[in-house]
Design a protein around this ligand. Structure first.
Ligand SMILES: Nc1nc2c(ncn2[C@@H]2O[C@H](COP(=O)(O)OP(=O)(O)OP(=O)(O)O)[C@@H](O)[C@H]2O)c(=O)[nH]1
Ligand SMILES: [Mg+2]
Length: 177
C-alpha cells in the first residue's frame, strides 16, 4: 500500500452498552436498510465505508458482557472513538465508566465523541438532551436518531469534521519527520 493511501486510511471504533444503537448507527453510515429488529452483535462487525478519498474501517463492538476484554486489544490504532448511549441517565453514567476505560487504550490524540442516540424517545421516559449528556460526561456530544435515515448527513458531518482534523494532524506528523 502506498503511503499516500495509508494516510487516507482511518479506523473508527464504536462502543457502548447493549442495544444503544451502535449497529444501527453503522447501518445509517453505510446506507444500509435500517430495520428495527434487534440482533445483538457478537464480537465485532467490520465495515468499510468510503468518504471522499478516505477509506474508513468501522469497528462495531458488541455491547454484551465480556466486551471489555474483546475491545481492549482491538481498540488499538483507533483514529476516532464513538461512545454511543441511549441518552438515559443510567446509561450515560455507564458510558462514563466506558470512556474512562477506553481512554487508556486509544492514543492520546484520538478524539472521543459521545453520540446521544435515540433522541426520538420521549423526555418523560428519561431521554436527555445531548447538551445535558455533554454536561454530565464532559465529552463532546452529538444527538442522533440512528433509526432515521434522514439523519445520515448529520452523522457524515460529524465524521467529516474529524477527518479534517486527522488530515491536519497527519500532515503535521509528516513535517516533524
Ligand atoms: N427509538 C429508537 N430506537 C433505536 C435507535 N437506534 C437504534 N434503535 C433500536 O435499538 C435496538 C438496538 O439497536 P442496535 O443497533 O442493534 O444496538 P447495538 O448497540 O448494536 O447492540 P449490541 O450489538 O447488542 O451491542 C434496535 O431495535 C434498534 O432499532 C433510535 O435512534 N431510536
Ligand atoms: Mg450491535
Amino acid at each position: 500500500m502506498l503511503s499516500s493511501e495509508l494516510n487516507k486510511l482511518v479506523k473508527i471504533s464504536i462502543i457502548g452498552s447493549p442495544a444503544v444503537g451502535k449497529t444501527t448507527m453503522l447501518k445509517l453510515l453505510a446506507k444500509n436498510t435500517i430495520d428495527r429488529v434487534y440482533l445483538p452483535t457478537h464480537g465485532i462487525d467490520l465495515k468499510t465505508v468510503k468518504m471522499g478519498d478516505f477509506t474508513i474501517k468501522v469497528w462495531d463492538f458488541a455491547g454484551q458482557s465480556g466486551y471489555l476484554q474483546v475491545s481492549r486489544d482491538h481498540l488499538l490504532g483507533t483514529d476516532i472513538l464513538f461512545v454511543v448511549t441511549d441518552s438515559t441517565l443510567r446509561n450515560v453514567l455507564h458510558s462514563r465508566d466506558l470512556i474512562n476505560f477506553a481512554a487508556h487504550f486509544v492514543e492520546k490524540g484520538c478524539p472521543i465523541i459521545v453520540i446521544a442516540n435515540k433522541q426520538d424517545l420521549r423526555k418523560k421516559d428519561g431521554r436527555m438532551d445531548p447538551k445535558r449528556v455533554e454536561e454530565i460526561l464532559q465529552v463532546k456530544t452529538y444527538g442522533l436518531t440512528a433509526i432515521n435515515p434522514g439523519e445520515r448527513n448529520k452523522l457524515l458531518e460529524i465524521i467529516r469534521n474529524e477527518l479534517n482534523r486527522i488530515a491536519i494532524r497527519r500532515r503535521l506528523l509528516e513535517i516533524e519527520f
